[in-house]
Design a protein around this ligand. Structure first.
Ligand code: ATP
Length: 471
């Protein structure tokens, strides 16, 4: 039997380091281009990380698209017409004021700097007002790198990442193309296409999962803030009279999504935006308790008719909707739910990582992933690798199960070591073929969480596993 987990005894910093180290050691997350020294705030998902990220995306897609008759999927391009970003306000407004630490020259986002100092900066503040605030709170500021509080004045810095796509003249500063800074713009510009090509009627939603790019200044907190990241966004188009009700429904449903996903309730909370951007009517974030504190996981925002109006104006196309029953013509309002795959990944890992002291005094690290998110569902071992009858039977079982689930065959090292390896990547079941198997056709199945073992008929393993994984 295991003792009570002691994860909570780890200091927050230790927990973050433990997670990052395990993610690297066990092939979940690597620094990008590591052999060249890495590339700041860009990360790669390794073999188990890719599985986990895919499982997260599938769970979201199922909850948002598959299970909702009135939500359809989309996969729009990363490159878009540059005018999209003018219409969206990203070219003029998607900038964060930065201040530079005079001692170590680290550039820090001013809103983060002030937030850490317990001072609130309104998004609508001018550069002048921000600088006044910085000056007034000077002694409270703290550089995240060196701890100093002497900062330069704040300057605006655009977050959109530029590209030279399709520009053959060489001077691409004049007509820059951008890598999308958020996926939802692809949804807005396809609103009419979806309306004209499918049978959707307002209220309906369009959902998509895709990469987004931002020139983030503060490159820290592991995969929480990446420069290339992935978003899962759903835009729900609704009549203005119904919008607030729909907004409240979506707030509830998105909260429930995380509970259903298996995230611990005590690690989630709501955060209300008090100072809204001028067009928004309501904005709440779901925050998760990451090792560095409660931070935004998902935004659920009521954006009114701003987005479609802007794109109507900039494209000169009518993006209004005519109700087939009432004949009313209007620009639908939008309720948006927006979450990052990477932040969900980090939340799932933070929730799952557990250290346990065992009865024999040893320790194990186990990822208690919800079963549907576990990268590998079952590992199949022959007890001994030099006994061909055991290896043959174990291979047979592996071949049979792999068509249905991500499985792993492992004959390396003693069984205890193989269990530890699977614990660290969160595999719910380890199946061992031993000498008894050859006699009575049963295998040993060991449960990740309880470490209890039971004998199961090899013949019925597929059904047994399905029942267990879906329970
Ligand atoms: P923050 O204030 O933390 O920078 P944001 O308010 O700019 O986040 P949104 O523009 O609302 O974020 O993006 C929606 C979601 O996309 C966020 O809730 C988050 O999960 C994810 N996201 C945003 N920026 C990043 C990033 N740099 N790295 C990873 N995920 C991100």
């Amino acid at each position: 039997m295991s003792q009570k987990q002691d994860k909570n005894n780890l200091r927050d910093k230790d927990l973050m380091e433990e997670i990052a180290a395990l993610c690297k050691r066990r092939g979940f997350v690597f620094s990008s281009s590591e052999i060249y020294g890495g590339f700041s705030a860009v990360y790669d998902y390794g073999p188990y990380g890719a599985e986990l990220a895919n499982n997260i995306k599938s769970a979201w897609w199922k909850a948002m698209v598959q299970e909702n008759e009135n939500i359809v999927g989309l996969d729009s391009s990363i490159f878009m017409h540059p005018k999209v970003w003018e219409a969206s306000g990203h070219i003029s407004g998607f900038s964060d004021p930065l201040a530079e630490c005079k001692k170590c020259h680290t550039r820090v986002r001013v809103d983060h700097l002030l937030e850490e100092a317990g001072v609130f900066a309104d998004e609508k503040m001018s550069e002048e007002e921000i600088n006044k605030l910085l000056k007034e709170n000077r002694e409270k500021l703290k550089c995240p790198k060196c701890g100093d509080s002497d900062f330069s004045e704040a300057k605006e810095f655009n977050l959109l990442v530029q590209s030279n796509l399709g520009n053959f003249t060489g001077d691409w500063s004049k007509n820059p193309v951008y890598l999308r800074g958020e996926t939802c713009q692809g949804i807005y510009v396809n609103f009419k296409n979806v309306l004209d090509s499918t049978r959707v009627k307002v209220p309906f939603g369009i959902a998509q999962i895709g990469k987004a790019f931002r020139n983030e200044i503060t490159a820290r907190q592991f995969i929480f803030r990446k420069r290339e990241f992935e978003q899962m966004e759903m835009q729900f188009f609704v009549h203005s009279d119904e919008a607030m009700k729909s907004y409240e429904e979506w707030r509830e449903r998105r909260w429930q999504f995380y509970i259903d996903l298996g995230i611990k309730k005590e690690n989630l909370r709501w955060h209300k935006h008090e100072n809204l951007v001028f067009y928004a009517k309501a904005a709440w974030d779901i925050e998760y308790k990451f090792p560095f504190g409660f931070k935004e996981l998902e935004g659920v925002h009521y954006r009114a008719d701003y987005d479609l109006k802007q794109h109507s104006k900039f494209s000169d196309k009518d993006l209004s909707y005519r109700d087939p029953q009432t004949n009313e013509k209007y620009i639908p309002h939008i309720v948006e739910t927006s979450v990052g795959v990477d932040r969900t990944f980090l939340a799932v890992i933070t929730d799952a990582i557990t250290k346990e002291k065992l009865e024999d005094g040893s320790e194990r690290t186990v990822m208690k992933f919800p079963k549907n998110l576990a990268p590998i569902k079952a590992a199949i071992f022959p007890l001994l690798k030099n006994k061909p009858e055991l290896v043959k039977k174990a291979r047979e079982i592996y071949e049979n199960l792999k068509s249905q689930y991500m499985c792993e065959f492992d004959d390396n090292g003693n069984i205890g070591k193989r269990y530890r390896r699977q614990d660290e990547i969160g595999t719910p079941y380890c199946i061992t073929v031993d000498f008894e198997t050859l006699k009575d056709g049963t295998v040993t199945v060991r449960d990740r969480d309880t470490m209890k073992q039971e004998r199961v008929k090899a013949e019925g393993l597929k059904t047994w596993l399905s029942e267990k994984l879906n329970s």
